[in-house]
Design a protein around this ligand. Structure first.
Ligand code: F6P
Length: 361
């Protein structure tokens, strides 16, 4: 008999519930018990809050968005903001308490479903002696050592559908539409949705952009009787002179800055320089919501089942990964070392250039 605990940390992504479903079912068939920690690591701080998960508890959840366990991107257990008696906020290291509770609950393994931030934390627990298996989640697709993270395909589908809808309104009004998409410092969502959704320009964090080149593309469209243009901008895109766009740190306990603002800036520059009617929109969290696509559902179910096989084989400190279309495992430390960025020599980038999409650089 083994006892597994699952957590879901960081920004949610479609497919989280499918991983939970697979872990619970694959474990139940072996006679193992599964528990869930609520809101990332928060559940580990109070063992009475641990949720027992049986196949009945997860019925049908593989098709739903979000996470039944809840998630947070401001709950680093190594630096948890806590208010002291004087009303001041202090950062407290709660990792020893979590290790103690993990042992008190007699867990054999922690399956940590997360992106770069949550898996970095998971790796620190590996270093403290916790047997952890990571599962790569994020709509940003920016984890190394796996060709895909689950959640990305759904986000790209949502963004592509939004672009499809913008074409008709942009055309009716002779407008430029600038669409800001998520992805942090990687341009995967912008590239995949922009190419598939007929963008005229795609601005990626990997290619600092010259706004003049974007305006030239818009002017060229006009010259060739295309009265409207669609520009897709990744939230982490920056200008050739190093201008970056963010909104500071946001909530207490959040470690990364909140990106945003580049779409509006690009739109106002285009308006100024081309005199064209220009509108911008931020696609935002709609990219994280909704039911996972078939691809993400299947990938998440495969990741969950593979993680349980790894528990059986005792492959701890590793993350389940997709390599050459098959399930594989890699050290968590390798997956979080760098953020995976778009390969500028890839055929997707070449395809975009071949069909006339402007990258602004
Ligand atoms: O990492 C996923 C992600 O959606 C990023 O693409 C985005 O920058 C960030 O999370 C948004 O975070 P929040 O939900 O805290 O606004």
């Amino acid at each position: 008999m083994k006892k597994i605990v699952i957590s879901t940390g960081g920004g949610d992504a479609p497919g989280l519930n499918a991983v939970i479903y697979a872990v619970v079912h694959a474990s139940a068939r072996k006679g193992w018990e599964v528990y869930g920690s609520r809101s990332g690591y928060s559940g580990f701080l109070d063992i009475d809050e641990m949720v027992r998960l049986t196949p009945r508890d997860v019925e049908g959840i593989y098709a739903t968005g979000g996470t039944i366990l809840g998630s947070t991107n401001k709950g680093n257990p190594f630096a948890r903001p806590v208010e002291n008696l004087a009303g001041e906020i202090q950062l407290v290291d709660t990792s020893d308490r979590i290790m103690r509770n993990f042992r008190r609950m007699k867990f054999d393994c922690h399956i940590a479903i997360g992106g770069d931030g949550s898996l970095e934390i998971a790796n620190r627990f590996v270093e403290k002696g916790m047997p952890v298996i990571g599962v790569p989640k994020t709509i940003d697709n920016d984890l190394e050592e796996t060709s895909r993270t689950f959640g990305f395909d759904t986000a790209v589908s949502t963004a592509t559908e939004a672009l499809d809808k913008l074409h008709s309104t942009a055309k009716s009004h002779d407008r430029v539409m600038v669409v800001e998409v998520m992805g942090r410092d990687s341009g995967w969502i912008a590239l995949y949705s922009g190419v598939s959704g007929g963008a005229d320009a795609i601005l990626l964090p990997e290619i600092p952009f010259d706004i003049e080149m974007v305006c030239d593309k818009i002017a060229d469209n006009d010259l060739h009787d295309k009265n409207y243009s669609i520009v897709v901008v990744a939230e982490g895109a920056k200008t050739i002179d190093g201008k970056v766009f963010n909104k500071g740190h946001g909530e207490l306990g959040r470690e990364e800055v909140v990106l945003g603002g580049v779409g509006e800036w690009v739109a106002s520059e285009i308006r100024k320089r081309t005199d064209k009617d220009t509108r911008s929109l931020v696609l935002g969290h709609i990219q994280r919501g909704g039911s996972p696509t078939t691809f993400d559902r299947l990938l998440a179910l495969r990741f969950g089942a593979a993680a349980v096989r790894m528990v059986e084989e005792g492959i701890f400190g590793h993350m389940v990964a997709l390599k050459n279309s098959t399930m594989s495992s890699v050290p968590i430390a390798d997956a979080v070392r760098h953020r995976k960025q778009v390969d500028l020599d890839s055929d997707k980038v070449c395809t975009a250039r071949d069909i006339g999409i402007c990258f602004g650089g």
